[in-house]
Structure formats: structure tokens, C-alpha cells
Ligand binder design. Structure first.
Ligand code: CO
Length: 201
């Protein structure tokens, strides 16, 4: 059996296991989605949003890209944030980085990787912004810290995005979280307190 045939079989097994618990589960999802969470995470295959939070279909709106970045000129991410905040009325936006992130690792080198280099430049900006702290670290510790700093900087970027500022202006409840996921033990860690209103500068 090819791997793709196996995937279709897995799908039917999964459907059956969910319907055994709740036979109307899929029907109940057809009409609408009402997730409380928007997850912004890395595309890395080892960091599956729903699974690691133990959440079902319908529970979380998901956006993933290389190294969980929120770039102000990226209309893909901005459209996701806008839809999630304005129409789905999510209460929490979670930016979750992860240790051993290939994107972060590449950004720490001067090697050229092609088109992804333009994207990674945004992580290099985070590195530059925190160069004093990072200069005190070496090797894996340095990479791990940049993974953390990157997630926290993306929370800052989310907090400055027009849909989020508008929501706060209207008094909408919205909390933005920075988390980090450890591939080595499967655990999520909170990096800093949630941002729940405009950041004063
Ligand atoms: Co990654």
C-alpha cells in the first residue's frame, strides 16, 4: 500500500474514532466555526497546532509559516489576523515558536539558501535588535534564545497590526501570547505575560 493510500485509510479510521465518541461531531461543524484561538506557528512538521494543544477541529484557527513570523507587509498573515479578530472574534492569539527551528538556525549563519533568505532577513532583524544579549551566548543556547526572542518579537508585531489595534479601540477582549514549544519533550512554555492592550512606547 502506498503511503498516500495509507493516509486515506488513516482518515477513515480517524472519522470512525471521532464518530464513535460523538456521531454528530462533523455535522455540528458544517454550519460555522467559533474558535477562541488563533495560532501563529512554524510550518515545521514537528509542531502540529491542534495535536500539541489537544484541540479538536473547530477549536483553533491556524496560520503557519517558516519560523512563525508576523511581517507587516505580508498580506497573508494580516488577512488571517483580520478574519480571526474581526469575524471569528477569537479571544486569544498565540504566537508559538519552537526550539530547533530550522528558520532560526539558518538566520544565525551567513550561508545563502535562496528565496527563503528574504524571509529569514526578518529573523536577522530580531537578532540585530537583541545582539547584546545574544552575544553573551554560544551554540545551542544562543539558537534557543533567538527562538524565544523571535516569538516575543512577533507578538509585538501582532500587537501593532491594524486589525488588533482596531479591536482594542472598540473594547474587544483580545490577548496575545508568546509561547515556545520544545520538540524534545513535547511541552509548551509561556515566555511572557499576555499583551491585552496597546503597547505604550
Ligand atoms: Co521552525
Amino acid at each position: 500500500m502506498s503511503d498516500l493510500k495509507q493516509i486515506f485509510k488513516n482518515n477513515i479510521d480517524w472519522v470512525n474514532s471521532i464518530r464513535a465518541e460523538n456521531k454528530d461531531f462533523f455535522k455540528s461543524l458544517v454550519e460555522q466555526q467559533q474558535p477562541d484561538y488563533l495560532w501563529i506557528g512554524c510550518s515545521d512538521s514537528r509542531v502540529p497546532a491542534n495535536q500539541l494543544m489537544g484541540l479538536m477541529p473547530g477549536d483553533v484557527f491556524v496560520h503557519r509559516n517558516v519560523a512563525n513570523m508576523v511581517v507587516h507587509a505580508d498580506f497573508n498573515t494580516l488577512a488571517v489576523i483580520h478574519y480571526a479578530v474581526e469575524y471569528l472574534k477569537v479571544k486569544h492569539i498565540i504566537v508559538c515558536g519552537h526550539y530547533h527551528c530550522g528558520g532560526v538556525r539558518c538566520a544565525l549563519t551567513d550561508e545563502k539558501f535562496g528565496i527563503v533568505d528574504s524571509w529569514l532577513q526578518h529573523i536577522k532583524d530580531v537578532k540585530r535588535l537583541h545582539k547584546d544579549e545574544l552575544s553573551t551566548l554560544e551554540g545551542q543556547a544562543k539558537e534557543d534564545r533567538l527562538c524565544e526572542l523571535n516569538a516575543m518579537e512577533q507578538v509585538y508585531n501582532v500587537s501593532k497590526s491594524p486589525p488588533v489595534l482596531e479591536a482594542w479601540e472598540k473594547g474587544q477582549e483580545l490577548h496575545i501570547h508568546s509561547w515556545i514549544y520544545s520538540i524534545g519533550d513535547g511541552k509548551i512554555k509561556k515566555l511572557q505575560e499576555a499583551v491585552s492592550g496597546p503597547i505604550e512606547e
